[in-house]
Design a protein around this ligand. Sequence first.
Ligand SMILES: [Zn+2]
Ligand SMILES: [Zn+2]
Length: 219
Amino acid sequence: MLDCVFSKFRHVTNYLKHVKTSTHKGKKVATSNSSKDQKVSSEHDHSQSTAVTQTWKSVLLELQPQNPYVEPTTISSQLYPHLHEAIINELAEHRIPASFHEDNSDEGSIRDYSTFVMGRFTCDNNSCPRNAWTSKKVTLFIRKYSNDRYNAAVYDQSCKFCEELGRLAMDEKSYVDRVSYRLKRWAGVEMEPPQYNLKKTPPHVKEHCEGCKAGICGG
Ligand SMILES: [Zn+2]
Ligand SMILES: [Zn+2]
């Protein structure tokens, strides 16, 4: 019985020797025949295999989800640069200079204001029973930058049935009114705020508003 175990052990040892030898043989051919070089080659092999192991470790780490419980935080909002000309027309009377800042970001922003525009959203999800919805509280976030630059981001809403983001057809007049009003106020013009009929406005549903997700909605 014991002999049998030893025999198996010898067999395994021989097998390992064989593997080791054949590996060395391969490297020997590639490098040099001298025993010193062989040793260097062997050490080099060891560092290579360590490097390989580390690479695999890093690959495995990359494959592991870093934080599986964090939801995606991409907020959906759009700029409307084609409405800049209408804004300029509104500001012309007060000779307020303004240029459109194309970067939809807070970076470099020196002032901002959160308000709403009106719009109609369409749900493009074919398997969703809801076709569209209107909102008088589509979040509008106006930013001022240096050198008379500004922009205004309009935030999407998601469908309350299927959670997909809606496709917005914005009421452009409400956009032009509110952006130009804010830019006039920032330029020091005293004027009455535009009148909005908000009485029939449904409650602003935080769960479906990208502006609320971004933490910029006024209510
Ligand atoms: Zn839907
Ligand atoms: Zn909101």
